[in-house]
Design a protein around this ligand. Structure first.
Ligand code: GUN
Ligand code: ZN
Length: 456
């Protein structure tokens, strides 16, 4: 089981920024994040306060060897105390990023353009997913995938694998070994799919339940299970009814699926389930609704659907880069906010071309034709908003005492194109640069529950 790498409390010094809401954020220019040996945040405050609290009136400060380079902590002992100081200088310390929707097997398929959803699936995606019948291949791609997630600063991802039980098992093993935090599940497909990806309904349900029994809650809660029917098109009524039953039977598990992404998809579903008022009603009629249900895309919703999402505390994964790429339509951002729906951002790799949530934040703003989404709101959606949508905001999503230390270290000066003197700008300007110019090159280190899972 992944453990923080040291049994010392660590004090990370840097510019600490953490969302408090969609419009406000905590901002300590010379701040300190104090993380105990269990990977919990025990303090977050200006360094001057922390210094006073932990080091007192300074009689020990002569023994502090602060290291500014690459987080090397070996020399940072305060000799007779049980904590270490890691001075990150002007680097930013932000909560880890939350990717509410993406596909592990598609990491090799980004940038394959030229088609709308259903044709794109048939041409590129289904053949790539069929190769996951080879578990060695699946393990190799899973290793790549989790390394990429960490390198992009993603500390919680909500993930589709493929229909293959062994491949999904391997993906969980890799995530466990790397210390990743994930909500993941085997894809379920029992209709209108290529032969190599068509499951027997009972097998799909049984294997999903076996995986949920094996993995949900493992890694001391870092690994959570999501029952994952692909979408209405590839599901029979029996499959969706079974998913509803499994979801009700296994407390704390999730359901993760696609909803109302493309017009042709919606048309297909309406002929398959003619009695349903809407696509969302199909899922609702099978008990696939409510807390810990994550619907990706949800573009073509009507007012009644939006109210149902809000009232049921279901969650939406807004995937603007993907929606641009497949020309699926425009997420009703303002309406969905006004209705009080829970939602965050998803990269939707591979329809989304990049795993970087910075790119997704930028696209969320670009996607809206007639209003701006401000940088603090975008950062909120990629962190605390996403954690709320995953119903995990009591644990992660912001840098607050009592939460688990999922955070990233960002060097805002590392990417060319970001104004030279960025670090001396007001924090609003720094956030704007991050959101509109940022990508994975800014991520210097990624921590999950206090453990470093990526470092340049
Ligand atoms: N709908 C069903 N499957 C998929 C998928 O793999 N990607 C996207 N973007 N939409 C889907
Ligand atoms: Zn998707």
């Amino acid at each position: 089981m992944p453990q923080p790498e040291s049994d010392l409390t660590k004090i990370y010094l840097g510019h600490v920024i953490s969302p408090l809401s969609s419009t406000a954020y905590l901002d300590y220019m010379r701040g300190a994040l104090v993380v105990n040996s269990q990977g919990k945040i025990v303090d977050v405050a200006p360094w001057a306060e922390i210094q006073h609290k932990y080091i007192g009136d300074g009689h020990k400060t002569g023994e502090i060897h602060i290291n500014d380079e690459n987080h090397k902590t070996d020399d940072n002992h305060i000799n007779d105390s049980s904590f270490q100081i890691v001075d990150l200088g002007q680097r930013l310390i932000l909560p880890g990023l939350v990717d509410l929707h993406l596909h592990l097997p598609q990491v090799s398929q980004t940038g394959r353009s030229g088609e709308h959803l259903l044709a794109w699936l048939n041409k590129y995606i289904f053949p790539a997913e069929a190769r996951f019948s080879d578990t060695n291949h699946a393990r190799k791609i899973a290793t790549w995938f989790f390394d990429e997630l960490a390198a992009n600063g993603t500390t919680l991802a909500v993930v589709f694998t493929t229909i293959h039980k062994d491949a999904t098992d391997a993906a969980f093993e890799v995530a466990l070994q790397k210390g990743s935090r994930v909500i993941m599940g085997k894809v379920m497909m029992d209709a209108n799919s290529p032969e190599a990806l068509t499951e027997d309904t009972e097998t799909s349900l049984r294997e999903s339940e076996e995986l949920a029994n094996k993995w949900h809650g493992q890694g001391d809660g870092l690994l959570l299970y999501a029952f994952t029917p692909r979408f209405g098109v590839t599901s029979t009524a029996d499959l969706l009814a079974g998913v509803g039953r499994l979801f009700a039977k296994h407390p704390g598990t999730y359901v993760h699926t696609h909803l109302s992404e493309a017009k042709e998809e919606i048309q297909f579903v309406s002929t398959q389930f003619p009695k349903a008022r809407s696509y969302l009603d199909v899922y609702k009629s099978f008990g696939i609704i409510g807390k810990r249900t994550v619907f990706a895309h949800a573009i073509h919703l009507d007012d009644q659907d939006i109210k149902t999402v809000a009232d049921s505390h279901s969650s939406l994964a807004h995937c603007p880069s993907s929606n641009f790429f497949l020309k699926s339509g425009v997420f009703l951002y303002a309406k969905i906010c006004a209705a009080g729906c829970l939602f965050g951002l998803g990269s939707d790799v591979a329809a989304g071309p990049s795993m970087s949530l910075f790119n997704v934040m930028k696209d969320a703003n670009y996607m809206q034709p007639d209003f701006w989404i401000e940088p603090p709101e975008l950062l909120y959606r990629a962190t605390l908003g996403g954690a709320k949508a995953a119903h995990l905001d009591h644990l992660i999503g912001s840098l607050a005492v009592g939460k688990e230390a999922d955070f990233i270290v960002v060097d805002a000066s590392r990417k060319s194109g970001i104004v030279d003197n960025i670090l001396s700008q007001p924090t609003d300007e720094i956030l704007s640069s991050l959101v509109f110019l940022g990508d994975d090159r800014l991520i210097e280190a990624t921590y999950v529950r206090g453990r470093c899972i990526f470092h340049i």
